[in-house]
Design a protein. Structure first.
Length: 401
């Protein structure tokens, strides 16, 4: 094996490329992501450029640099450069879309009970500022559920709503990969159903870019926001918002600033002074991903590890993972042997032990009458990490029985 090959071998050898503490077991990449050292270096170089000559950086260089960064990320998802803008995070991107659209009495907004809490709050806010004239329709989902059953539920609600007078579903917010549980949602099928029914699709793709392949020209969503700082290895906070040309006139950043009326790309290019380094460092992240073997290699490693690791933890706990395997990519959800009726067990207590006693990370959450953990596979983790976490989590669970 050449030196370069061994440096980029996935699993523990990859830890040297990242900044993570040595004795920490990081199985929660899904929440915040983390960056390779080379990306941090590139990020800091942009900060140096910004601080050594701020005027030149902001007045001369920034526009071109931002355009090059948009070009690179747009190419990565097969979108047009001018249909993609940077936003700080997915929450901001979805806020911009939902707050820009105009609603009429009788309009309804469709979403799933698995919606990310911040986006759930945003929907509630739209309902409140329109003084109840805009209604929310929630589809309850409890996993495990097959993609076909999920689609059936979705279609049933849309068909039922079509029968009602003086009302219409204006848009649906759907996840590409939901947060809790962390599973792939059949979003492409949902988007085409929405299109056939003249309902706008707003995709919360917070976990999508870098975790699953994205081809925007094939997916054809009306709106798509995705965090580069989670699975693509860019610094926090960097995300993109895709808005096709046909919708751009109606969409504005959630913060109004200098370039109002100067077009979609210009408006989003400036929402006030900020550190743009996290957007510009995208080149370094994309280059790193190529150098270590490319998208397919990363995705295959993570999927295999998530499935094997999840099964290993569930066998240690005597429970099961949420399947089928087709809905698992880099995150796996493992049921804890603790029902939510056990009031002794709380996520706070679990996290206190996780941080203060054992030094590992997973996401702990309630779903469908049970506590679960969500464990993330990454190129810097291996089966041994999952095994260690399995035994630690067993010890924690046993202490609550
Ligand atoms: C499905 C989903 N949507 C939105 C978000 C929000 O991401 P951010 O805080 O970066 O806006 C998250 C964060 O984990 C998420 O899991």
């Amino acid at each position: 094996m050449s030196k370069e090959e061994s440096t980029f071998k996935f699993g523990h050898p990859m830890r040297s490329q990242f900044l993570l503490d040595n004795d920490y077991i990081p199985l929660n990449h899904g929440s915040y992501g983390t960056i390779p050292k080379v990306v941090q270096e590139a990020f800091r170089e942009y900060q140096d450029k910004m601080e050594t000559n701020p005027d030149k950086f902001f007045r001369r260089d920034l526009e071109l640099e931002l355009c090059k960064a948009r070009e690179a990320v747009a190419k990565f998802i097969n979108a047009e450069t001018n249909e993609v803008v940077f936003v700080q995070n997915t929450t901001t991107g979805i806020n911009s879309v939902l707050k820009s659209l105009k609603y009429e009495e009788g309009d309804k907004l469709l979403y799933f009970s698995t919606v990310y809490a911040a986006i759930g709050s945003l929907l509630e806010y739209i309902h409140e500022i329109y003084e109840g004239k805009v209604e929310l329709i929630k589809i309850e989902v409890n996993y495990p559920i097959s993609d076909d059953d999920l689609i059936d539920k979705f279609v049933k609600v849309i068909e039922e709503e079509k029968q009602k007078p003086n009302t219409k579903i204006k848009l649906a917010v759907i996840d590409a990969i939901s947060s809790t549980p962390g599973v792939i949602v059949p979003f492409q099928r949902m988007i085409s159903i929405l299109r056939q029914n003249n309902i706008l699709s707003v995709v919360d793709g917070a976990h999508a870019i870098g975790q699953i392949p994205l081809n925007i020209k094939e997916i054809e969503p009306d709106f798509f926001a995705t965090n580069c700082h989670k699975w693509l290895y860019t610094p926090k906070s960097s995300a993109i918002l895709y808005v096709p040309y046909k919708h751009q006139k109606k969409i504005h950043p959630s913060v109004t600033s200098l370039y109002l009326h100067e077009g979609f790309v210009s408006e989003f290019s400036w929402i006030g002074t900020q550190d743009f380094g996290s957007f510009l460092a995208i080149h370094a992240a994309l280059e790193f991903r190529k150098k270590i073997g490319g998208e397919e290699k990363i995705q295959n490693y993570c999927k295999k590890l998530a499935i094997e690791g999840g099964n290993l933890i569930s066998s240690i706990l005597g429970t099961e993972i949420i399947g089928p395997e087709s809905i698992i990519q880099s995150m796996v959800n493992i049921r804890l042997p603790i029902p939510t009726s056990n009031e002794e067990f709380t996520d706070k207590k679990f996290m206190d032990l996780m941080f203060n006693k054992y030094n590992f990370a997973v996401l702990v959450f309630k779903h469908n009458k049970y506590w679960y953990i969500r464990a993330s596979a990454q190129i810097y983790t291996d089966l041994n990490d999952f095994e260690k976490v399995g035994y630690i989590v067993k010890e924690i669970c046993d202490s609550f029985k």
